[in-house]
Design a protein around this ligand. Structure first.
Ligand code: SF4
Ligand code: SF4
Ligand code: SF4
Length: 212
């Protein structure tokens, strides 16, 4: 009996929850289809999620001018909705994770905000909390993996170039007789691309997948 009395409320809650889920699903689909237009770009530190970033950034170039390393580029024709927005190409110039993040401080629109991030139980902020994307090792290109046309060889440039060596990326033991391989730690990697910049292979064996 008690179950029957509760039923209308349960049904109401159910439809409310369903409505929220559907709205969330539709919003996600809209965001996916809008952000899928054009290339996936690596945004400067503290960038809002892609859809919010695209609608907030006024293409004013202030972050580009504020970067002391000239790491931030301006998206050119052929980048769809991203035209004129700032982005980073780590193979040309990575993000050096400046202590004061001048790009973030220069943004008048709030398209770049002071980064905060949870690392385990601790909330960190500033350069350590930057999350441009995630570094990914391409095993077929990485020198530490053997390929039919060449033996494996020791290399640790990506680890040595990383601002958080042995935290964001570390070498792990490989099979006997093989050199250790680099492994990225997802929760710590900032996506700065310093590893990409330093990787000695012609086609970089490590890339940064942009956060979306
Ligand atoms: S400073 Fe802000 S609004 Fe201006 S281009 Fe950079 S991200 Fe966009
Ligand atoms: S720097 Fe490049 S080649 Fe060397 S271990 Fe790292 S990913 Fe592999
Ligand atoms: S692994 Fe690469 S992208 Fe990630 S923090 Fe280290 S240098 Fe930056």
């Amino acid at each position: 009996m008690a179950q029957k009395l509760d039923e209308p409320q349960d049904r109401g809650d159910f439809f409310k929850m369903l409505g929220t889920l559907v709205a969330g699903f539709v919003a996600e689909k809209i965001e996916d289809s809008v952000t899928a237009v054009g290339p996936k770009l690596l945004r400067p530190p503290g960038a809002l999620d892609e859809l919010a970033f695209l609608t907030t950034c006024t293409r004013c170039d202030k972050c580009i001018q504020a970067c002391p390393e000239n790491s931030i580029l301006k998206a050119s024709a052929g980048t769809g909705l991203s035209l004129g927005t700032p982005y980073i190409l780590p193979r040309s110039m990575p993000c050096f994770l400046c202590t004061e993040l001048p790009c973030v401080k220069s943004c008048p629109e709030g398209a770049l905000v002071w980064p905060k991030r949870k690392l385990g139980e601790v909330v960190v902020e500033g350069p350590r909390a930057v999350h441009l994307g995630l570094a990914v090792v391409k095993e077929a290109l990485c020198l530490t993996f053997p390929e039919p046309d060449r033996p494996a060889q020791a290399c640790r440039v990506c680890v040595d170039r990383c601002p958080f060596p042995d935290e964001a990326i570390r070498l792990v033991p490989a099979a006997e007789g093989q050199p250790p391989h680099p492994v990225v730690v997802e929760d710590v990697c900032t996506g700065c691309g310093l590893c990409v910049f330093g990787c000695p292979t012609l086609d970089p064996a490590i890339i940064v997948e942009p956060r979306r």
